[in-house]
Design a protein around this ligand. Structure first.
Ligand code: ZN
Length: 135
């Protein structure tokens, strides 16, 4: 069994109590693009893209990590209109349910980011100054 088959089996096992999500994953497990309208709707009507479906799979929860799923809008020949498509990239990501991140940590992350931003801006200005002098 390949590593990928192992991963798919593991995820299926984790989803065995989540009826809709396991069906959605069954569809996405081939890592191809799937149209939400003509492929997703028969599985979960309007719930297919919601937290009981794709959104929930992406996000994960306390007991299971999320899935890396990308979404695009493209013309569907079956539906004969522009629809949303989803594709699983065969990878997992850390569950990012809001309750998993303590608010103090979020604040810290934001602080670090804005700080870096300031430094980068200064560096850029400095760099530009050097170029100006050469001219
Ligand atoms: Zn379609």
């Amino acid at each position: 069994m390949t590593e990928e088959e192992n991963l798919i089996r593991k995820i299926k096992d984790e989803l065995k109590n989540a009826d809709l999500q396991s069906k959605v994953f069954e569809l996405l497990s081939d890592q191809k693009w799937h149209c939400r309208t003509h492929e997703g709707k028969p599985i979960g009507s309007d719930q297919y893209a919601g937290s009981g479906g794709i959104k929930g799979l992406k996000r994960g929860n306390k007991n299971r990590s999320g899935l890396v799923i990308e979404t695009k809008k493209e013309y569907c020949e079956v539906c004969q209109k522009k629809t949303s498509w989803d594709r699983w990239l065969g990878e997992r990501q850390e569950a990012n349910a809001p309750s998993n991140i303590p608010s103090i940590l979020v604040e810290k992350i934001l602080q670090v980011y804005s700080y870096t931003d300031v430094i980068e801006q200064r560096q850029r200005e400095k760099h530009e100054l050097v170029i100006d002098q050469k001219c």
